[in-house]
Design a protein around this ligand. Structure first.
Ligand code: SF4
Length: 1252
């Protein structure tokens, strides 16, 4: 008998095993092939697995020579119904916790509370409390009971919990968790709307699955609705190893047992991982998805032949990434994390050829002439990319034209084979040769997301294929067709392509709700077509690779640690991430030796100090913290949990507007399709309310589309019935009643025939979600790493931003004959502060900071600064975070006759400046672009738009960034890289950058670059202190509270401005006093009523305050104040919504404080909302944010009316001071019950509160 192998029998062996698992590829199928080609064979752990099957290793010279896999195992989910093998007894009985602990229906997960972090190579496991998050808040009531149960379970299973040597520490932490839960839940900010997993969500999900059974879902294979199949994600509670004890020594393979919690129903389940799955890296706290069925005992076995496990399925990894990750997982993780602005000619050729090929596919009878003409169209469409790559149209056209005969031949042969006879494609030794013809092009560039497999992809073409073979006869199948234009057609490239096609079959199976087992690969370079037949062994290898990659991505996002360096100089030297890779390696403790790159490594890192690495690591982590927060909301898109929930990043329950006669409208400019959506419950005509009033379109609570989407946002369209990511598009127009989205192609539900689509589309209920978070964070990380690369620009910025070196100013310039200086001195429209500010900009050698206090004419100052810089012939990059801020400035420049180029999505740009977008100027050649860019000195773009091809290789003398106080540091860095000198314009006394993650905010992400440099070098600041907005009384408040009396009124007219009532209609007494024009500031104290705040789960509002605000607004309008001159501000979304529903005046702007920055009105009403006996709640609320309070106090020009509870808000020191100042100035008005009539409006306030 052969000696028994010991698994994990000693500490050292455990360590070795763990190390092994981190980098060890599995031993089967396609992964086995890569193992042989690219991985270190020494790392193989062959003892665990069954004998791998040989796999096709190269693409044949012609299709008939291909040698595909010898076996084909169809793997629809329906076939994964084989349960664990019980024949062989195991050494230790599995710890069925459910036997020891009474069955509990938990409505939450312990994963939200505890996490395992396991250092590479060590066998120590540490337990942590995860950040107190929304899930914790949602479950606080049940948590202690749950945690006690888990603790009990752990005790009962102590023998089997052998990997966790620190159980005591865990139990102590569990106690701490209970303490954490005792912390009072407080309503903190507007972001509460983002919070996830509410009971309501769960209810919705249940109804989606069990009750409503929408027609699209009904098409899913039945096993998707089997209660025992793991349709939901499962939380890993515990992982341990066991050994089979069979009769033969060869059957001693270890397997893993995973205890799982089904968070939906609270049931415990057990998963056994055999064969290659034993190597899966799964730990407590992970979320997994099992494609397979659990038996009555709640057990499922995943092995070489049965079922699949998807680790962290919420992370959708692209099929291309999975396929590419075999050669260097580190590079793939970097691809995922960094968005480079590289423009490669080879990639562009590929893109253009794809477009031509796809046009040929779609054309009924393509001809060579058609394709050549289309090549010219494609060149035209991509002219900006040609410019970025420095390629002339004629050179590119030659390349494209050369390829057209091959494309044409392929199209004739596969699409119109009646002329040539059916082509033969080899599907490998198992699939054999088959006659293939493409009978239908179902879609091109099809976006497919498969949350079930944690995968996504963009399929070149989805085709219906007629197949005829000797073995299986004639059949018709749907399959992916991938078009490859590169020279890599054999070896590793070929296997990556096969891998990609195999993964796309999974995506299409999900999308088309049918089993898809093969695909086609067409290599343009060799003019060969290969059939790819999915084998179970290949699929297992790919899913395991996907799982490992996902864990790598997750690890990088939580610890910033990347997979180890490849130590392969040949490959690394030509890697696009060489700089970033080496810098990260050094930052995380690596050295020359561990890099394996010798001097090459040193060259890339030797210029960096410990401070630099510290800065990089800190900000990398902050970006990840913020990304995690944002992505959590985004992931709800593809979780069935979220399908019917309203959330802050999108809209749900919208339908196509059937009354839109133009639907869908083809946009002539870019050939896109425009669709208009409205609320599902949109009534056909005005509705009558209970009290007989007609609710017009504006005041109807049903009709309003209150959401955070904006024109120009990239969005994902899904159906509420379960089709995730049907299409992606861009919002072109959004109002309170409709949203228009443009899509690159006609909308089509997956699987639908085009003839049916219109009716089906109109019946669907849709949701629209924002889709730009991932790219934004990748740009931020890229900006950050660029600060540390070896280049002159990076070195200069690093000194200023990281090393905080003092900026230099050229004082001699002031006395020169510089025309710019002369202009500034002579310009009559500038005040003293503004002149100084422009002089500061003109003399800056590194950077200047312009502190624009409220109403001080910041934008006009910038316009004059731009004019002065233009007089010097300087080139200028104008930027800001938002499109509206960029366009505000541009509109003013346009009014002055100043020329500029606006880079950005046409739909997102203000219509007044759209004429300056390249797409609107009719610029149609590379030469014209060059000429135009050479001719114009000003280019404007948002901070995140800097990856645009028109900015490739472009440098500017100066970069001016508006709203710099509100932009996070990593976002700011991008545009600054393009210029020699930068100017930041902002006010760090107003709103800081919006940071969603509390942890990121507390660790400094809310500190803008403007704030960082202002605090380090006050001498670099030039302040605009002379304001033209507020009258003296209003200004006095923020002067006393925030600005230390530095603000001044620009003129006596401004200082003495008062509200002028056109109508002398007598007011009821309390309103007469409140509206007295001689009292520019008034605080209405509600304590005598009282007007207590109302909490409804996660929202807070105050109906009585809403009523008071509505009464005052009506009175202002009655007295002749234009609705457009009145603004209402409140810190809370819920209160803004409530007020919107009760204020009759439709043109009054009602927003939260955050949305009011940059706006002003003659009269502003502020509703503070908070009114309770609990001072702590108020202190920790938004009212404690002095920057927000400053914004709300500085929006009014002539009258500021505040409504709130003095008793409650006085708990915030700044607001206490505010009340004292108002009292000194005008007195506090105490409203009492006698003033407060129970009018119909109050009733509506209360009713509306229940609607919210
Ligand atoms: S430089 Fe080498 S180790 Fe680093 S990502 Fe590129 S290929 Fe991988």
């Amino acid at each position: 008998m052969a000696p028994r192998k010991k698994y994990g029998s000693s500490s050292s062996s455990k360590k070795s095993n763990q190390n092994h698992q981190q980098s060890q590829p599995s031993k089967f199928g396609i992964q086995h092939f890569f193992d042989r080609h690219t991985q270190n064979v020494a790392l193989s752990a062959s003892q665990n697995a069954k004998t791998p099957q040989p796999l096709q290793t190269s693409v044949p010279k012609n299709p008939s020579q291909s040698t595909p896999p010898s076996s084909l195992t169809a793997i629809p989910a329906a076939t994964f119904v084989e349960f664990g093998n019980e024949e062989n007894p195991i050494e230790v009985s599995p710890p069925h916790v459910s036997k020891s602990v009474p069955f509990k229906r938990f409505k939450f997960s312990p994963g939200m509370l505890i996490k395992q972090s396991q250092d590479d190579g060590g066998d120590e496991i540490t337990w942590k409390i995860s950040p107190v998050n929304e899930r914790l808040q949602a479950v606080s009531k049940h948590l202690p009971e749950m945690m006690r149960a888990l603790a009990d379970a752990s005790k009962l299973n102590s023998l089997n919990f052998h990997k966790c040597s620190q159980k005591q520490a865990l139990l102590e932490l569990l106690d701490q968790v209970e303490d954490v839960i005792a912390v009072e839940e407080s309503v903190t900010n507007d972001l509460e709307a983002n919070l996830s997993i509410s009971q309501g969500d769960k209810n919705n999900t249940i109804s989606v699955e069990a009750d409503t059974a929408p027609k699209t879902l009904a098409k899913f294979p039945p096993q998707r609705f089997n209660r025992r199949s793991s349709e939901h994600n499962l939380l890993v509670l515990e992982v341990y190893e066991k050994h089979k004890t069979g009769d033969s020594s060869s059957d001693l393979s270890p397997f893993k047992v995973i205890r799982l919690l089904n968070e939906q129903c609270g049931e415990e389940q057990t998963l056994h991982l055999h064969d290659e799955w034993f190597n899966s890296i799964i730990g407590p706290g992970d979320t997994i998805h099992v494609i397979g069925e659990f038996d009555e005992q709640g057990k499922c076995v995943v092995d070489h032949d049965n079922n699949l496990v998807i680790v962290v399925p919420d992370i959708l990894v692209s099929g291309t990434r999975v396929a590419a990750s075999f050669s260097c997982p580190r590079r793939t993780v970097l691809d995922e994390r960094l968005k480079c602005s590289e423009h490669s000619t080879a990639a562009l050729i590929g893109t253009l050829l794809h477009q031509i090929f796809q046009a040929g596919l779609l054309k009924e009878l393509p001809t060579k002439g058609f394709l050549e003409e289309y090549a010219r169209i494609v060149l035209q469409k991509n002219v900006e990319s040609l410019y970025a790559c420095g390629v002339k149209e004629k050179d590119m056209l030659i390349i494209l034209i050369e390829a057209i005969p091959r494309i044409m031949n392929w199209l004739i042969s596969f699409r119109h084979s009646e002329k040539t006879g059916l082509p033969t494609v080899a599907f490998g030794s198992n699939g054999g040769e088959k006659k293939v013809t493409i009978s239908e092009i179902i879609d091109i560039e099809e976006m497919a997301w498969a949350p079930r497999y944690g995968l996504k992809g963009m399929i070149d073409a989805s085709v219906r294929v007629k197949i005829d073979s000797e073995t299986s006869g004639a059949e018709e199948k749907i399959m992916p067709l991938e078009f490859k234009t590169g020279k890599g057609t054999t070896g590793q490239s070929a296997m990556e392509h096969c891998a990609q096609v195999i993964l796309y079959t999974l995506l299409m199976s999900e999308r088309y709700l049918e089993h898809i087992d093969s695909g086609l690969l067409y290599y343009l370079h060799t003019d060969q077509t290969q059939g790819v037949l999915v084998r179970r062994s290949d699929l297992v290898g790919l899913i395991m690779r996907r799982n490992e990659l996902t864990k790598d991505i997750l690890k990088a996002s939580t610890t910033q640690q990347l997979p180890p360096m490849l130590q392969n100089p040949n490959m690394c030297k030509s890697c696009r991430h060489l700089s970033a890779c080496t810098i990260y390696h050094k930052a995380h403790g690596g050295n020359t030796e561990s890099s394996g790159l010798g001097d090459v490594f040193d060259t890339h890192v030797k210029h960096l100090s410990g401070t630099h690495f510290g800065f990089l690591k800190k900000w990398d982590r902050l970006i990840d913290l913020e990304a995690k927060e944002m992505q959590a909301a985004n992931r709800k898109i593809w979780r069935s949990l979220g399908l019917r929930s309203e959330h802050s990043s999108g809209l749900s329950s919208v339908i196509l507007d059937a009354s839109d006669k133009l639907f869908p409208t083809n946009c002539p400019k870019d050939g896109r399709y425009l669709y208009r959506f409205v609320r599902q419950d949109l009534p056909n005509c005005d509705q009558e309310t209970d009290n007989g009033q007609i609710l017009n379109a504006v005041s109807s609570p049903i009709k309003n589309l209150d959401c955070t989407l904006r024109s120009g946002d990239h969005v994902i369209l899904s159906t509420e019935a379960g089709h995730v990511a049907v299409a992606n598009g861009v919002i072109t127009d959004i109002s309170r009643f409709h949203v228009s989205v443009s899509f690159p192609r006609r909308l089509r539900l997956p699987g639908n025939k085009s003839s049916l689509e219109m009716g089906d589309l109109l019946q669907e209920v849709w949701r629209i979600d924002k889709d730009e978070f991932t790219t934004s964070f990748a740009i931020m990380r890229f900006n950050l790493i660029q600060l540390f690369v070896q280049s002159a620009e990076a070195s200069r910025l690093r000194k200023m931003i990281v090393d905080i070196e003092a900026p230099r100013f050229d004082s001699a310039g002031i006395f020169s004959q510089d025309p710019a200086i002369s202009y500034v001195r002579s310009e009559k429209n500038l005040n003293k502060d503004q002149r100084k500010a422009i002089q500061k900009i003109l003399t800056a050698k590194d950077y200047a900071l312009i502190l624009g206090m409220p109403g001080t004419g910041k934008t006009s100052t910038m316009v004059h600064a731009v004019k002065a810089l233009l007089m010097r012939g300087a080139s200028i990059l104008l930027t800001s975070y938002t499109n509206s801020a960029v366009d505000n400035l541009l509109i003013k420049l346009k009014a002055q006759g100043i020329d500029f180029v606006r880079i950005g999505r046409y739909e997102a740009v203000h219509e007044e400046v759209r004429g300056h977008c390249f797409s609107a100027t009719g610029t149609c050649s590379v030469e014209e672009i060059k000429l135009r860019l050479d001719q114009v000195n000003i280019v404007a773009v948002t901070c995140l738009g800097i990856t645009h091809p028109l900015l490739a290789n472009r440098r500017f003398d100066v970069c001016i960034m508006d709203e710099a106080g509100q932009i996070t540091l990593p976002v700011s860095l991008g545009p600054l890289m393009f210029a020699s000198v930068f100017v930041l314009v902002g006010d760090h006394y107003q709103l800081p950058p919006l940071v969603q993650s509390t942890e990121a905010r507390e660790n400094g992400m809310g500190i803008s670059l403007f704030c960082r440099l202002s605090e380090a070098h006050p001498q670099a600041i030039s302040a605009l202190q002379c304001q033209y907005r507020m009258n003296a009384g209003i200004m006095e408040l923020s002067n006393a509270l925030i600005y230390g009396n530095r603000l001044r009124c620009g003129s006596p007219k401004i200082a003495n401005a008062k509200l002028q009532f056109l109508c002398a209609k007598p007011s009821i007494p309390w309103l007469k006093e409140v509206l007295d024009p001689n009292k520019p500031v008034i605080f209405i104290n509600t304590d005598m009523l009282p007007a207590l705040e109302a909490k409804d789960q996660k929202t807070v509002n105050n109906p009585k305050e809403a009523y008071i605000v509505a009464e005052i607004t009506d009175e202002l309008v009655n007295k002749g104040i234009a609705e457009e001159d009145i603004g209402i501000i409140t810190p809370y979304n819920s209160q803004a919504n409530l007020i919107r529903r009760v204020v009759c005046a439709t043109s009054v702007e009602i927003h939260t404080i955050d949305k009011y920055q940059g706006r002003d009105k003659d009269c502003i009403l502020v509703s503070f909302v908070r009114s309770s006996d609990n001072p702590r709640a108020c202190k920790s609320s938004l009212l404690g944010d002095w920057q927000r309070i400053n914004v709300s106090l500085t929006r009014a020009k002539k009258k500021l009316i505040m409504v709130g509870s003095c008793k409650t808000v006085s708990n915030v020191p700044l607001l206490k001071l505010l009340i004292e100042k108002v009292d000194e100035q005008s007195g506090i008005f105490c409203i009492s019950q006698k003033d407060f009539h129970q009018s119909g409006k109050l009733k509506r306030c209360s009713q509306q509160m229940h609607v919210l």
